[in-house]
Design a binder for this molecule. Structure first.
Ligand code: COA
Length: 167
């Protein structure tokens, strides 16, 4: 066990609107590499989320009833890399699903490195069964009555059903 001095911390940022099985897969993989992971709900100015930040925070916390010592759920406003540096993180975790993710992720990672040289981006691949999912496609299916129960945790599925039954 490393001393508390050398404990490695990573930030896993995203919109998480909502968290999916693909995100959980990435978090599991990150926990195999890092001692602690902060799941950081960040603002993507291009997106208009379905769930409030508070709801997303609660949804994510509910996924980890027994891993609290290694996981923290937080929100980030402002620059992600400044937050990462302030927390003492050495890495930002991003999931890479398909080739289509690459251009955007490459730009993001390079800009982040330009802004903060001491924080590296690490890309992890989710399991093959999660390669083609995204929060948007799941919401779109659920909004139109599709069954997404295998793609999100059970409590998230319940919240999606509730949300769309009201619309
Ligand atoms: N499984 C399933 N879906 C996945 C996934 C996985 N393993 N990995 C990514 N995705 C999906 C997400 O669900 C999301 O889907 P959506 O577009 O349908 O919502 C999409 O891939 C990627 O989004 P996400 O991972 O949530 O990131 P993002 O692109 O919305 O967010 C931020 C990017 C928030 C990290 C970025 O905008 C940021 O850093 N913001 C803070 C401000 C800042 O520092 N800006 C300067 C950046 S240089």
């Amino acid at each position: 066990m490393p001393s508390s001095h050398s404990k490695k911390l990573a930030i896993y940022p995203g919109t998480f609107d909502p968290i999916t099985m693909g995100h959980l897969d990435i978090i599991d993989r990150a926990l195999n590499i890092f001692d602690r992971v902060i799941i950081a709900i960040a603002v993507n100015s291009a997106k208009e989320p379905l769930f409030s930040i508070k709801d997303r925070q609660q949804m994510i916390r509910q996924c980890f009833p027994d891993k609290y010592s290694r996981i923290e759920v937080d929100t980030v406003s402002g620059l992600l890399v400044s937050y990462a540096a302030k927390k003492g993180a050495t890495a930002i975790i991003r999931g890479l699903r398909a080739v289509s993710d690459f251009d955007y992720e490459f730009q993001l990672a390079l800009m982040n490195r330009k802004l903060e040289r001491d924080v590296d981006t690490i890309f992890l691949m989710p399991g093959f069964r999660w390669i083609y999912i995204s929060s948007s496609i799941i919401k779109d299916a659920a909004r139109n009555g599709g069954d997404v129960c295998e793609l999100v945790p059970e409590h998230v599925n319940t919240l999606l059903l509730e949300k769309f039954s009201k619309q």
